[in-house]
Design a protein around this ligand. Structure first.
Ligand SMILES: Nc1ncnc2c1ncn2[C@@H]1O[C@H](COP(=O)(O)OP(=O)(O)OP(=O)(O)O)[C@@H](O)[C@H]1O
Length: 620
């Protein structure tokens, strides 16, 4: 119990320290001053009242000090609050930076597909901005309350040690309650995480442009709205139960505190009447009782806040400290292995792969070679494993069994980022970024993009983007947009690097596909070009044109083309037919047609669609 708390506290303090040690030290100094203030005020009040009751005693000095302390009491909390906000923002910046760097640095895809890890990420993002500062703030608040408390406990001990017993007992009960409450609070947040995500998902569906067509056509608005509200009700029920516990626990705490204060006051007044206490002692007693209660509340609140923040901060630390989901190769004799230009080819050797232990095999003992400098095509029925194979080539996953070899070297022995820099890919489900047209191509090689979206591009980098667009056949489309390459390909955001707000443009599916192709072609030095359905959305003429350009581009390069349109793969050097996760056939177009197997049948079906053959002949 103690060790995780200490390690969480140490991690949060390290974050706070890195965010600016001066600010943190000032905050600690303020905490000390604020904690001392109530005790100082109580002693000064006692001094003033006692001198008031003593004829001839001078009042000037204690009254002056009391007035000065009053200024401090009024002013210090404001400064503390401001500084706490500053600390929170500074820590939040660092924590966020580290969190997103850790998420972006996860090399594989498996973690993103694991719902439990996804939940952790959601909770870590929730804790990210304020979690660590809440841990530090809670600890400081707790320490502040503890110091005030100690000052007053010492004071009460001088006046009447017996009064300490009920006061501290009430405090211990409240502290225990508050700890239970904060654990329950964090559990509630974690438990409601799934419901919150589903509620957010349905709310987004109802407002997203992408879903608007289907939502309207199928009349899904009512259904999604009802589901969203059902999730919201679940969330509300969770918060209601939390609220009730809060009322119960805090209410009991309040009643206990008030009882103790009332009993104490009765004792103090009776004793003073009997001459056992001075007026100053009574005022000190009243202030000390309130101060102990107040100090306890601050300690309880601080500890509760810290405890709660620590539970969420635990998720943050888990994500930031997670081991890479794909092991990186170790350096041998101080030198890291590097990925050499592809000269022989890529080989899949008895590759078996499934997405999870409980899921069926997507690839079953695949053996194939993608020779360097040649064009290889991958075809086959839906679900055959083509896209999965591409994901293994890019090393988003490691094979469950077998190996993928780059010029004979297992991909697991190569640095993954370096490997990916040698691959240009158009994915079947490529991204349409809500960025400008130029940036949408530029993301293919982040080195060409200025780090600040508002900064100007390097002239040479811009020329590379235009060159890629020319090769992908989208240059004319992009220059024809209202702001040319600067046009935002989205209507969600205003453009940020020029003043004309009315220029967001939505491209057609085929136009987007060409932009995605340009993105891949931007890596003109890539050893391997993977095109997963690069032309499915293109019209016949554009498809012909794009494939002609691609042929020129591929000439002498290694490429892997995946397509269901078999006419586009017929001139590949080798065609591999993947079906049910295994290689069904392999050969040139002519050889496969001659073989009369699956490829010949699929090709015949597609070809007959372009002829005037009667339907009954086409489908037999
Ligand atoms: N992320 C994933 N998690 C679990 N299973 C997956 C995932 N992606 C694909 N699969 C499964 O793996 C199998 C192969 O899918 P894959 O996408 O590789 O086929 P494909 O040949 O590219 O299909 P298509 O021609 O339809 O694009 C399918 O059974 C699919 O359900």
């Amino acid at each position: 119990m103690i060790r995780p708390i200490a390690s969480s506290l140490a991690a949060a303090t390290e974050l706070a320290w890195s965010s600016g040690r001066g600010r943190l030290l000032l905050r600690v100094a303020l905490a000390l001053m604020v904690s001392a203030m109530p005790v100082v005020v109580a002693w000064l009040t006692k001094a003033v009242l006692d001198r008031l009751a003593t004829p001839g005693a001078s009042l000037t000095f204690p009254v002056l000090l009391l007035a000065l302390a009053g200024v401090g009491v009024a002013f210090l909390p404001e400064v503390t609050q401001y500084l706490e906000g500053e600390l929170e923002r500074a820590i939040g910046l660092i924590a966020r930076g580290r969190l997103y760097a850790a998420i972006a640095g996860m090399p594989g895809l498996r973690r993103f597909e694991d719902p439990r890890f996804h939940d952790r990420i959601a909770l870590a993002t929730q804790a990210g901005p304020s979690g660590p500062s809440d841990v530090v703030g809670g600890a400081l608040g707790g320490a502040q309350g503890l110091l005030t408390l100690t000052g007053f406990v010492a004071t009460l001990a001088v006046l009447s040690p017996w009064m300490l017993v009920p006061v501290l007992a009430a405090g211990a009960i409240a502290l225990n309650g508050q700890l239970r409450l904060s654990r329950y609070r964090a559990e509630t947040i974690a438990r409601l995480g799934q419901a919150s995500r589903r509620e957010f998902f349905f709310a987004q569906l109802l407002t997203s442009v992408g879903a608007a067509k289907e939502v309207r056509l199928y009349g899904l608005g009512g259904l999604f709205g009802t589901r969203m509200l059902a999730e919201l009700r679940r969330i509300n029920a969770g918060h209601r139960s939390l609220g009730r516990r809060e009322v119960l626990i805090q209410g009991t705490h309040g009643i206990l505190g008030a009882g103790v204060a009332g009993a104490g006051l009765f004792w103090a007044v009776t004793t003073a009447r009997a001459g056992g206490l001075t007026i100053g002692d009574v005022s000190m007693f009243i202030l000390a009782t309130a101060g102990v209660q107040n100090g306890l509340t601050i300690v309880i609140h601080g500890v509760g806040r810290m405890h709660e923040a620590m539970l969420l901060f635990g998720h943050y630390r888990f994500v930031v400290g997670a081991e890479p989901d794909l092991p990186e190769p170790v350096a041998v004799n101080g030198s890291r292995p590097s990925v050499r230009p592809l000269t022989k080819g890529i080989e899949l050797r008895d590759v078996w792969f499934r997405y999870g232990d409980d899921l069926p095999w997507a690839l079953r003992g695949v053996n194939l070679t993608i020779p360097a400098g040649r064009a290889t095509a991958l075809v086959g029925p839906n679900g055959g494993g083509k896209s999965t194979l591409v994901k293994l080539l890019c090393r988003f996953y490691d094979p469950t069994r077998g190996a993928v070899l780059w010029d004979g070297v297992d991909l697991r022995e190569l640095p993954v980022a370096e490997l990916r820099r040698r691959i240009g890919t158009v994915f079947q489900d490529f991204m349409a970024y809500e960025l400008s047209a130029a940036e949408n191509i530029g993301v293919g090689d982040p080195a060409v993009l200025p780090a600040d979206a508002l900064a100007d591009w390097e002239r040479g980098d811009r020329a590379r983007v235009v060159d890629a667009a020319l090769r992908a056949g989208c240059h004319e489309t992009l220059t024809g947009l209202p702001n040319g390459y600067e046009t935002m390909l989205s209507r969600t955001f205003d453009p940020i690097n020029h003043d004309d707000p009315a220029t967001g443009v939505l491209l057609s599916g085929g136009q987007w596909q060409r932009v995605a192709l340009a993105r891949a072609l931007l890596r003109d030095d890539a050893d391997l070009l993977v095109l997963d359905e690069p032309s499915s959305g293109l019209d016949a003429e554009a498809e012909y044109e794009v494939h002609r350009r691609l042929r020129d581009h591929r000439d002498g390069r290694t490429s892997l083309l995946i397509s269901h349109r078999l006419s586009t793969v017929r001139d590949a050097d080798s065609i591999i037919v993947l079906s049910g996760g295994t290689v069904a056939e392999e050969g040139s177009h002519a050889a496969l047609l001659g073989h009369g197997g699956l490829y010949a049948r699929l090709f015949g079906l597609q070809a007959s669609g372009y002829l005037d053959a009667p339907q009954d002949q086409v489908w037999t």
